[in-house]
Write a protein that binds this ligand. Sequence first.
Ligand code: GDP
Ligand code: GDP
Length: 435
Amino acid sequence: MSNIVAIVGRPNVGKSTLFNRLIQQRQAIMDDQSGVTRDRHYGNSFWTEQYFTVIDTGGYVVGSEDVFEGAIREQVEIAMDEADVILFMVDSMTGLTDLDKEFANVVRKSKKPVYLVVNKAETRDREMAAAEFYELGLGEPYAISSQTGFGTGDLLDQVVKNFKNAGIEDPDAGIPKISILGRPNVGKSSFLNVLTGKERSIVTDIAGTTRDAINTRYKAYGKDFILIDTAGIRRKSRVKEAIEFYSTLRSVKAMEDSDVVLVMLDASRGLEAQDLHIIGMAHKAKKGIVVMVNKWDLVEKDSKTVDKLRKEMIERLAPMDYMPIIFASVHEKQRIFQVMEKVMEVYENKTKKITTSKLNEVMQAEIERYPPPAHRGKHIKIKYMIQLPTPSPTFVFFTNHPKYIKESYIRYLENRMRENFDFEGVPITIFFRDK
Ligand code: GDP
Ligand code: GDP
């Protein structure tokens, strides 16, 4: 379990700015896979070789000052429950406010270490900026600037000293990021409720936000996963097209940030054009894909129905016919576990690395069995192949004539790869290079 640092404080002191700075710092250092969403409520940071999770509580408290009392308490209590270290932020430009004092009263009761962070101090002398906040009785103030990074290093040096277990491992490593996509009313929210009602989330599962994508880490049905949820994005519009546009945008954003996309369909409607569109996008983005046909309880069926329907769907999906299809019912809690199990398997397939020797041994035999057809009398020879260290399986085949390899032969190679190495649910890419 990762070390958690929560940033609390009244609105506009600069919590999100610090949060984004901490997350980006990590991105810069780690050079993580692309597609990391910036605006989210929890993310991982990294300082002096230690990982930690940052919670930005900023999104939870909105509204005027008179509705504050309850909201403050709730926000800080959540943070105190979840966090190992609390950063209590105030604003040196506006100075000490009554609201800061109210916050401080709650924070002071925490048994967790609290750091008093005096933000927006970039143009001022540190001592000067911090002086008036001593009276909060929260110890020595740390003057920083979230915007420029001034003072944040000194602060983090102190913060990481509190970590019990050195967070030297990426807490999210090996944990799939998933998103659930599908047309309205197929049962996405119901599925989420079944999943998340099961066990308490590990980090935080507070609903209601105005920010962008929320990544929430869950454990359900014995599986650890991070759900990319964009339900919090709300943009008001009276125009139907605009609403559709934003809902598509949300799906795309969630998909980009995921490792595996769970595409949900409604069994009573089958595979529709829009579903094919979503699957096509996930395929292009090289995401792992699992298709869940929900509301299976509504379908009249006999012993042959599943096989028949699966066959029909696979025919329509071709050539994207490599993904698992699971017939499930959220209402009857039928095959929910299998869906999660498949998501994990597909994630494993997506991150799998085949050694060069194994790859060559297996694929050279397949190529011997069925060599690439000659092109205008030119003999085509495939010499060897490697897997690239990319986020989704990508292979390079070295050949004397890269341009003359036919589409049908690429398809043959892909199929043999799938048969031999199990890439169920994962798009694979094959390139040819001159050698
Ligand atoms: P939050 O409501 O506490 O999350 O605050 P935000 O991060 O949204 O910041 C509120 C405002 O303060 C924004 O306009 C920021 O650009 C500004 N701000 C944040 N950090 C700093 C800083 O270090 N210096 C200055 N001058 N402005 C800052
Ligand atoms: P969303 O728009 O995709 O989030 O869909 P909802 O979760 O709101 O579900 C839409 C409707 O389908 C609701 O009335 C659900 O009760 C219903 N529903 C969800 N799952 C099932 C299921 O497995 N079987 C049946 N019969 N109805 C379902």
